[in-house]
Structure formats: C-alpha cells, structure tokens
Design a protein around this ligand. Structure first.
Ligand code: TDX
Length: 339
C-alpha cells in the first residue's frame, strides 16, 4: 500500500504520519509539504531516514510537481492535510487561503483521477458549519447541519469540501471527508490558542484572551483524530462525511486558567484584548455517525491530554524556540501589539 500524505510537516499531518508509520510498518508513505511558515522539517526527523518514507517539498498548487510525483509513486490512497489553517491570518489576507485550500485541493483530485488513485480523503473542519449560540447547549453539529461559514478560512475549507463531493458525483472519484473539532497535542504551531498560551506563560508574558473569553471550542487530542481518519480510510463509506469530536467543550478562558494552574503561573497574566472579527461563539460536534458506523470514540480525556501536551512543550523547547524566533516574532507583534 502506498499512501501520499500532504501537509505532513504540519501539526495534524505529522501526527498522522507517526501514527501510520507505527501501525503499518510495511507500507510506503510519501509526504509532500510546501514548508510554509507552519511546516517544519525538523518535526519529521524521527521518520526521515526510514526506507519506506519519502519526503518531497511540493506545493499542492504546483500541478506539474504533483503529477510528476503521482507518476513516480502511483499511490493507492491520498490524504490531504495541506491547508492554510489560521483564522486570524485569513482575516488579514484571504487570497492564499483560496489558492491553497481550494485550488490545491482540486489539483490533487485531478491527479487522483489521472493516476487512478483508489481513495482520496479530505481533512476538513467543524468550522464549515459556522457557530452555535452559547444559550443553546442542546445543539450540536451533525453531518446534516448546513454549511454556513464565518471567516475566509472556513469559507475556503467549505469550498474545498463542496468540490470534493462534486468530484465524487461528477467523476466518480472515491472520496471521504472528515470534519474535526479543535485539535491539541504535540507539534501544534505556536500561533494557535493552546501552544501560544503555554509558551507565553512559560515566559511570564501576557496571555491575550480575545474578548471575554466565553467562546467555546470542543477539544480533541490529535492522536484520537489520527485514529479516526485511519478508521475512515479502512471502513468509511465512499462519498460520506464523518464528524470527529469528543463532547469536550471548554470556554477559552477556562483553557487559559487550566494552563496557568498546570504551569504554576498567576492568572494575573491573563489580558483581555480586542475580539477577533466575526468570532465564532461555540463549536460542538455530534460524533454519533462515526461512533455508530465505525465504532470510534475519543480515548484521551482532556485532563490527561492537556498534561501530556504541556509536558511535550516543556520537553521540546528546541522545536518551538526555533519557530518563535524570526518571522513569528513579526507576526506576533503585528497581531498582538496595541490590540
Ligand atoms: O491569542 C489567542 N487568543 C484567543 O482568545 C488565540 C490565538 C486564540 N484565541 C481564541 C480564538 C478562538 O475562540 O481561542 C479560540 C481558539 O483559537 P485558535 O487556536 O485560533 O483556533 P480556532 O479559531 O478555533 O480554529 C481552529 O480550529 C478549527 C484551527 O485553527 C482551525 O484550523 C480548525 O479548522
């Protein structure tokens, strides 16, 4: 079995590679990644020298390079993690999100058709459903919830999802889509809530909570997400969407307080800053379909997952120290100074 994983030098993609290399040691895995600011080759160093692993620096928008790789590898399965993923960046500059997330997806699927790939899996997000009100805890996103996006990022992911379903219907491409809730765990890029708060707290820097911090996210440990995708690849029905989430809703402010407590830092570091434009209030996934059809349930409790994550950041300072120097400093200043 030959699998192509795109975006494998990023957060969820790299965790998926580790899971798959471990579970299927005889299969070949080819990672392509364009190594944007969010992709780090150092993340993949533990698998880089393995015989059944190949890395190529390829942008999914580069049709010639993608076709050449598919010609060489003739993959059986393609799993697309490659995406611009940060909501705040999409608010500042939408166009790269449309190019990578929509055009890149269509180029990958064209390659799948041309080289007869047996399965295309699109990694998507619960953000395509928009948000839920805080005063209706009885409501959850199901796979039938209408697409109703808020940010340029989520719109680009929704556009890609619609294209994937269209390629299935129009060209018969064997596709599946997964829509996950917020992931956390090792190798999460420091621009996102949990790693940003851990790293700032370690430096006794302000912890910038957008608005009142009442927004709710449904947190999923990244390893549980990877297992769910593996299961969908094995047993999921073609042409179907599967939601992945864990009934683990937490307010942002509570997440930040938990991180302070775990690190022994004072809550006085918390600073409420100007809210994100169009900020989604609540995400909450109903995972009934993947549970009843495929038997998936998240295994990691948040109390354990957050401890493991914090420990990982404490033990892997080299990884994030490199990242937060240079370009990231500039981003941080532009995004947070005078906010
Ligand atoms: O400094 C911050 N302060 C803050 O209050 C940051 C970075 C975030 N927040 C808030 C905004 C959100 O309500 O925390 C929440 C989580 O923010 P992000 O980590 O940026 O994630 P979110 O906007 O929820 O989107 C994430 O989940 C869905 C991923 O970034 C997406 O790629 C994924 O599709």
């Amino acid at each position: 079995m030959i699998r192509v994983v795109t975006g494998g030098a990023g957060f969820i993609g790299s965790n998926f590679i580790f899971h798959m290399m471990d579970k299927y040691p005889d299969d070949r895995l080819v990672c392509i990644d364009s190594l944007t600011y969010a992709g780090n080759l150092s993340t993949l160093k533990s698998v880089m020298d393995k015989e059944n692993f190949r890395f190529e620096k390829i942008d999914i928008r580069d049709r010639d390079a993608v076709y050449k790789l598919f010609e060489e590898e003739k993959p059986d399965v393609v799993i697309n993690f490659a995406a611009e993923s940060h909501v705040d960046r999409s608010i500042e500059n939408p166009s790269i999100f449309l190019e990578t997330n929509i055009m890149g997806t269509s180029i990958l699927m064209d390659a799948c058709i041309k080289y007869n790939v047996g399965r295309y899996h699109q990694v998507s997000t619960d953000e395509v459903y928009g948000d839920l009100p805080l005063d209706r805890p009885d409501l959850f996103f199901t796979e039938e919830t209408p697409i109703h996006t808020s940010s340029p990022y989520s719109s680009s992911k929704a556009g890609a999802d619609l294209l994937v379903l269209a390629y299935h219907r129009t060209y018969g491409l064997p596709v599946t889509i997964s829509r996950c809730s917020n992931n956390y765990g090792p190798y999460h890029f420091p621009e996102k809530l949990i790693p940003l708060m851990i790293i700032n707290a370690l430096h006794d820097k302000d912890l910038p909570v957008y608005g009142a911090g009442e927004n709710v996210r449904d947190w999923l440990y990244v390893e549980d997400h990877c297992k769910a995708i593996d299961l969908i690849l094995q047993k999921g029905r073609i042409g179907e969407v599967y939601n992945i989430g864990g009934h683990n809703e937490k307010k942002n402010i509570d997440i930040v307080k938990i991180i302070c407590a775990e690190l022994g830092k004072p809550e006085s570091l918390i600073k409420h800053v100007t809210d994100r434009k169009g900020h989604d209030m609540r995400y909450a996934i109903d995972p009934t379909k993947i549970h009843s059809e495929l038997g998936w349930l998240p295994e990691t409790k948040f109390e354990d997952g957050i401890k493991k994550t914090i420990k990982w950041y404490l033990d892997n300072e080299d990884w994030w120290k490199d990242i937060i120097s240079g370009e990231y400093q500039k981003y941080y200043e532009e995004m947070y100074s005078n906010r």
